[in-house]
Design a protein around this ligand. Structure first.
Ligand SMILES: Nc1ncnc2c1ncn2[C@@H]1O[C@H](COP(=O)(O)OP(=O)(O)OP(=O)(O)O)[C@@H](O)[C@H]1O
Length: 363
């Protein structure tokens, strides 16, 4: 799959310009704050219907505007041309593929698999447990629509159960417990399998790029760790109900699961240096990419935002080698990063970005 052209209208600081992008590699070069990341964000939003930087769609509209529009044409794996449009108007998002409205976001997210490498990724390793949960849920949802459905249902039941607890409506709690146990157990089993497989990929990649033999692993610690069956979960929920009522929320379940990054000395977030944590977070993404490919046989679209700068030459080479299998990649660079010509294949497109405008690279 490859985007062939992109257009944004009233999106962040970007000028309403049609940008041809029909190459495997597209480089966006410009000083800070010119709009390079904004174009990556526009592509991601077009692919997934939401941004990787904010949950508030209205923030994406140009200051002083309320609406925006994104348009992209792409060729799919069978070389068929498609047109994807996303419009945000009157606080409502609509997405059209070849003129047909896509009502369920689920249909959209399996259309163009897209992976972003950004500075914020360090939160996978260092941040709150929720960040890692989100990362693994995203990793699994990318290839497994059943997992995506289970997550949706679980969240919906959890919301209803918490609402019932808050409003002191206890008659439906038994029913909610059964549903929570059903979907939760399925999620827990899938997470166990996925982390096991992910952990076959991640440690080797980390050793390769960091050029150490320091082993880092992912550990999955489920909230219902002592419950192997649905009945055991249901009785656990019954036993802990008083605690839930007292605290006004559901205190156990897969929404409380933990994914820890560990080395020989314990939690890597506490023992690793900032440089090691940053590197590990980049490797999380490369492993996500490899994992996706292993599961689906498809190559994702990559959006790589300024992350190469922090790696020394050797690590950068290793890292680029690991993330070679993409269908198309967009890289952002500062003008002084002179090494991008060595990275760009002969066919690569290079744009200078200035004040939200894209022009052919000079020089
Ligand atoms: N909603 C918006 N409307 C107009 N301009 C915006 C909006 N949101 C952000 N901007 C502007 O976009 C610019 C930031 O662009 P972007 O994040 O793409 O930077 P960049 O070129 O990737 O540089 P950096 O390397 O610093 O991230 C800033 O000038 C900011 O003021």
């Amino acid at each position: 799959m490859r985007f062939t052209s992109l257009k944004t209208i009233q999106f962040r600081n970007l000028a309403p310009q049609e940008i041809p992008v029909d190459r495997k590699q597209v480089f966006l070069v410009g000083p800070n704050g010119q709009g390079k990341t904004n174009l990556l964000e526009a592509i991601y939003t077009l692919c997934y219907g939401s941004s990787f930087r904010t949950v508030y769609m209205r923030e994406l509209a140009t200051h002083g505007q309320k609406n925006f529009k994104l348009e992209g044409t792409y060729r799919d794996d069978a070389s068929l041309e498609h047109r994807l449009e996303l419009e945000y108007k009157d606080s409502k998002r609509s997405v059209f593929l070849d003129g047909r409205e896509i009502k369920d976001r689920k249909e959209l997210i399996y259309n163009i698999p897209c992976i972003v490498f950004s500075h914020d990724d360090i939160s996978f390793v260092r941040g709150e447990p929720e960040e890692r949960r989100r990362f693994f849920d995203q990793t699994m949802s990318m290839y497994n629509p059943l997992f995506f459905d289970d997550m949706r249902r679980y969240r919906s039941i959890l919301k209803q159960r918490n609402q019932a607890i808050k409003e002191e409506r206890y008659s439906l709690l038994d029913v909610y417990d059964i549903q929570l146990a059903t979907y939760g157990l399925s999620i827990q089993q899938e997470r166990t399998r996925a982390v096991y497989e992910f952990d076959q990929i991640f440690p080797g990649m980390y050793c390769q790029v960091s050029q150490t033999d320091k082993e880092i692993h992912i550990q999955y610690n489920p909230s219902w760790s002592k419950c192997a069956s649905k009945d055991e979960i249901i009785s656990h929920l019954a036993q802990t109900r008083q605690r839930d009522l007292k605290l006004g929320t559901t205190t156990s379940g897969v929404h409380r699961d933990r994914f820890n990054v560990v080395d020989n000395n314990g939690l890597f977030s506490q023992t690793g240096s900032t440089g090691q944590l940053r590197l590990a977070s980049l490797i999380f993404r490369t492993a996500q990419m490899a994992f996706y490919q292993k599961k689906t046989g498809r190559q994702p679209l990559l959006l790589v935002d300024d992350v190469l700068l922090e790696l020394d030459f050797k690590k950068r080479e290793m890292f680029l080698h690991l993330m070679e299998n993409y269908c198309q990649a967009f890289f952002t660079f500062l003008p002084e990063e002179h090494y991008f010509p060595s990275l760009a294949g002969e066919e690569a497109l290079v744009y200078d970005v200035e004040n939200g405008r894209f022009s052919d690279h000079e020089g």
